[in-house]
Design a protein around this ligand. Structure first.
Ligand code: NAD
Length: 474
């Protein structure tokens, strides 16, 4: 069985402890990954700290060259990385391509960004300007749903801005990230990018490490709060990309059949395991039945299976814990007497497979409406008054994304303005742009990734005031 290595200070390190990694489609152990010890983590942080002075002094154009080299290594090795990601994550090959190649493209796009410098005053008396300087050592902590794309959201801007990094993938999806570490070991100056994998003990250690200056975390809101606590002592800078409970509001003027297809994939892509998946649907009552029946028909037609199989549309739930959680949510919905527009069922193992489930018009206080399900079960709700639908959509402490569906873009924009979310899609879904800021409102996040805003989150300002006619001049 293949054993993977961590990248610490430019060296590939097997590690003292190891942990098994499971294919969620078969439940077979497919490899062993290092379970980073505290002293190995200390070495990774020390390597990042040691590399910081020279890396931050390296001209930005050279730093961008290194990021481009990482991107190229990922692209050149996609044929190996994509099936590896499918094996550990479960997603179909096409989704794994989007994750791996998307990550490489995201890195490339980030190299177009300039870190701005602002002149505040430039007159006979004084020259004052603000520069954005790097922070130091960044801990990048990544979830299991998009292991590569979400890691590259962090790696590109952190390194380009002049920071060094310790990157930690999720315990259940470490292999592709570790393999990328092996491929880039000679392309990145030692210590600039370290990759360590480990079990649940590792995240809290890393977050609280005294030499970590910033934590860039993507994961659940509950864990994000723990990260904030862990980072408090050192007053570390934070970017938190957290959970969502995205609402879609569907106006009465849409074509039910055509829209249902997009609505279905907005909620069920990656088996619902997407932070910006649609997790609640508010459908006007004049078209509710048609949209519901179309979505149910699509649910019945999709093929759930091993992602390695080319005709699979939806893979398994990524890990056993989440599988148990989604099964609980389905059981609770049944126990509460909710109606299902489509009830796909749960396959007998091996493999963490759950077919799509669509809940038919549950009450607003049902668990499936209130919490982030992060799996292939969604609730559809009726509305008759648009203002009422907007306030129901906003009645949550989450605020990651939302969408509005209408034949009238202006009317949809009016609704979009009123939705409390960091991202709103009109007649489309799941689209992100590397040059656009991606942020969560309310408890969906702190700060943003992507765009200049995301890059500046890896810097702090330093303002210089230079007196032109100074008394020390000869
Ligand atoms: P999670 O919060 O359980 O874990 C995320 C990462 O944090 C993992 O690497 C984990 O090992 C680490 N971790 C766990 N406990 C920690 C601690 N106490 N301190 C530091 N690190 C710790 O999330 P998950 O289950 O892997 O991912 C699903 C969640 O992520 C969902 O809520 C989803 O909405 C969210 N998510 C958000 C975004 C976004 O950009 N906003 C993107 C993807 C996923």
């Amino acid at each position: 069985m293949k054993t993977y290595k961590m990248l610490i200070g430019g060296k590939l390190v097997g590690g003292t402890d190891s942990m098994p990694v499971i294919n969620p489609a078969t439940e077979d152990v497919i490899a062993n990954a290092p379970d980073c010890t505290r002293s190995e983590m200390d070495q990774a942080v020390a390597a990042a700290k040691k590399a910081f002075p020279s890396w931050s002094a390296t001209p930005i154009e050279q730093r961008k060259q290194v990021v481009m080299a990482i991107s190229k290594a990922i692209q050149d090795n996609a044929a190996e990385l994509v099936p590896l990601l499918t094996a550990e994550q479960g997603k179909p090959i096409k989704g794994a391509q989007e994750d791996v190649i998307g990550g490489a493209m995201w890195l490339m796009a980030g190299t177009q960004l300039e870190i701005p410098e602002h002149v505040i005053q430039d007159d006979d008396e004084r020259y004052s300007f603000t520069r954005h300087i790097p922070l130091g050592v960044v801990a990048g902590i990544v979830p299991w749903n998009f292991p590569i794309l979400l890691a590259m959201f962090k790696v590109g801007p952190a390194l380009i801005a002049g920071n060094t990094m310790v990157l930690k993938p999720s315990p259940t999806t470490p292999l592709t990230t570790l393999r990328i570490g092996e491929l880039i070991a000679d392309l990145v100056p030692p210590g600039v990018l370290n990759i360590i994998s480990g079990s649940d003990r590792l995240g809290p250690w890393l977050t609280a490490h005294k030499d970590v200056d910033k934590v860039s975390f993507t994961g659940s809101t509950a864990t994000g709060k723990k990260v904030m606590e862990g980072a408090a002592d050192g007053l570390k800078r934070l970017t938190l990309e957290l959970g969502g409970n995205d609402a879609a509001i569907i106006l009465p003027d849409v074509d039910p059949k055509k829209t249902a297809e997009s609505l279905f994939w907005a909620g069920f892509s990656n088996s619902g395991q997407i932070c910006i998946a649609t997790k609640r649907y508010y459908i006007h009552d004049s078209i509710y039945d048609k949209v519901r029946d179309e979505m149910a028909a699509i649910a019945a037609s999709v093929k759930v299976g091993d992602g390695a199989n080319p005709d699979t549309n939806l893979g398994p739930i990524q890990n056993e814990k989440q599988y148990a959680r989604v099964k609980d949510i389905i059981e609770n919905a049944k126990r509460s007497g909710l109606r299902f527009a489509y009830e796909g069922g749960i396959a007998q193992g091996p493999g963490f497979f759950i077919q799509p489930h669509i809940v038919d018009n549950p009450p607003d206080d049902a668990e499936i409406v209130q919490l982030e399900q992060f799996g292939p079960i969604v609730p559809l709700m009726k509305y008759s008054d648009l203002n009422d639908a907007i306030s129901r959509a906003n009645a949550t402490n989450m605020g990651l994304g939302a969408s509005v569906w209408s034949a009238n873009t202006e009317a949809a924009m009016d609704v979009a303005e009123q939705l409390e979310a960091g991202n709103v899609w009109i007649n489309n879904f799941l689209h992100l742009h590397p040059l656009g800021a991606f942020a969560g409102a309310k408890q969906s996040g702190v700060g943003s990734e992507g765009g200049v805003e995301g890059a500046l989150a890896y810097t702090q300002t330093k303002t210089f005031h230079v007196l032109k006619q100074h008394p020390n001049a000869g």
